[in-house]
Design a protein around this ligand. Structure first.
Ligand code: TRP
Ligand code: SF4
Length: 399
């Protein structure tokens, strides 16, 4: 039907930290060589909570894009773009908003959570309520079928699916749909047409799922159908209209194995981060200052790695040999905590080295970054424009 396509986004929060890398970016880097990927700076989403302080959005955006590039997002494989440079996102948000019940938005779990958590801000706004609707438009405007997100965003993908389903149901029935579908059946050739009709009857009348699967496979390897006819026949099969906006799936990224320096979640607001491009001196100082198992008050006191955040860093950065050395040395007081931290420091520095190298040309010449993003926005606008043509047509706006 539609080609595999990944879309994901981050709000521009400025320089990223290693938690972002292990929680999301590393996964994006892997995906970009497997499937078409679009990575978006969600600057309008940032405005839903920071509408009263817009001064840092620009700088945060460029810093974040440089970090993406530093982490290995490759503009020759993936499309990097900025949401606000693709006005189609706003148009689709507006059009889908016509039929989206308020209650759907009010019951999204992040809505009440965030209002409570950010109680110092007035989030009783139209824009903030519309946050997940805008996110749905981000995804659907590219007909992306896979969305890498963390656990906290799954409810937004679920809402996206409901909005797409409702849209297809309301607007996927073009006038004369049945006639057009029947005509498309004939184009399959008499043998395949007969088989399709049989399978369709078995599914629509008896709910035979195997028949549905077979009919889908049949359509998939019928070559002489146009995109439009193929879509109609998929829809006709299930007794629904044409799919204009396909329902996406979340690609759940397992939560970052890398905690913050204090063992809690790594987050700027907890002041426990290591930036992606933190200097080696600062990395060394921060790791050396990490809290350890409190039982090791003195060098001669044995400890337990399970009670120590440094151990979690070893899970990410050390091989089995080193980890065995840690367990033995910690529990017998054979090593000191500073000895134990040294391989972690080296692991982080080794991970960061290629990131610094990749970032260097972009720091020296910011127009390189601007050009990459300019190209990405252009490509995004082209893809989004194609979807919007179908959306306008199906909503009767093509007069
Ligand atoms: N809401 C996402 C977050 O806070 C960011 C985002 C905006 C996004 N639009 C998106 C993520 C579309 C995935 C797809 O992390
Ligand atoms: Fe933590 Fe290592 Fe010290 Fe044990 S030796 S408490 S694991 S830093």
């Amino acid at each position: 039907m539609f080609p595999d396509r990944v879309l994901s986004g981050m709000r521009p929060t400025g320089a990223l930290h290693l938690g972002h890398y292990h929680g999301a970016l590393k996964n994006w880097v892997r995906l970009q060589s497997e499937v078409e990927c679009l990575f978006m700076v969600a600057d309008w989403h940032a405005l839903t909570t920071s509408y009263d302080d817009v001064s840092i959005i620009g700088k945060s955006t460029w810093d974040m894009v440089i970090d993406w590039l530093a982490a290995g997002i490759d503009p020759s494989q993936a499309t990097i773009f900025i949401q606000s440079r693709v006005p189609e996102h706003a148009e689709l948000t507006l059009l889908m908003g016509m039929g989206t019940p308020l209650s759907w938005l009010e019951r999204v779990p992040t809505y009440k959570d965030q209002i409570e958590k950010l109680s110092h801000k007035d989030l009783g706004t139209y824009g903030f309520l519309g946050y997940p609707l805008m996110q749905a438009a981000d995804i659907l405007v590219y007909r992306a079928n896979q969305v890498p997100v963390g656990e906290d965003q799954v409810s937004h993908i679920e809402l996206t699916r409901e909005i797409a389903r409702r849209f297809n149901h309301m607007y996927g029935r073009e006038p004369g749909f049945e006639e057009k579908a029947e005509a498309a059946v004939k184009k399959m050739g008499s043998k395949k047409a007969k088989l399709y009709e049989e399978l369709r009857t078995r599914y629509t009348q008896n709910g035979d799922d195997e028949a549905l699967e077979s009919a889908r496979a049949l359509l998939a390897d019928t070559q002489n159908l146009s995109m439009g006819d193929r879509e109609r026949l998929f829809g006709y099969l299930e007794g629904r209209g044409k799919v204009i906006l396909p329902e996406p799936q979340p690609l759940l990224t397992e939560s970052s194995k890398l905690p913050g320096l204090d063992g809690a979640k790594m987050s700027k607001s907890y002041n426990n981060t290591i930036a992606l491009r933190e200097t080696p001196e600062s990395v060394t100082k921060k790791v050396r200052g990490m809290p350890t198992d409190p039982a090791r008050g003195r060098r001669t006191d044995p400890g337990n790695p399970e009670k120590c955040p440094v151990w979690q860093f070893h899970q990410v950065y050390s091989d089995t040999n080193t980890r065995d050395w840690v367990v033995k040395g910690c529990t017998t007081a054979g090593i000191g905590c500073l000895d134990c931290k040294q391989p972690v420091i080296e692991g982080i520095l080794a991970e960061q080295k290629p990131m610094f190298e990749r970032a260097q040309p972009f720091l020296e010449d910011p127009t390189l970054v601007r050009n990459i993003v300019e190209d990405g926005c252009e490509r995004a606008r082209k893809l989004a424009g194609e979807t919007m043509r179908d959306v306008r047509e199906s909503m009767g706006l093509d007069y």
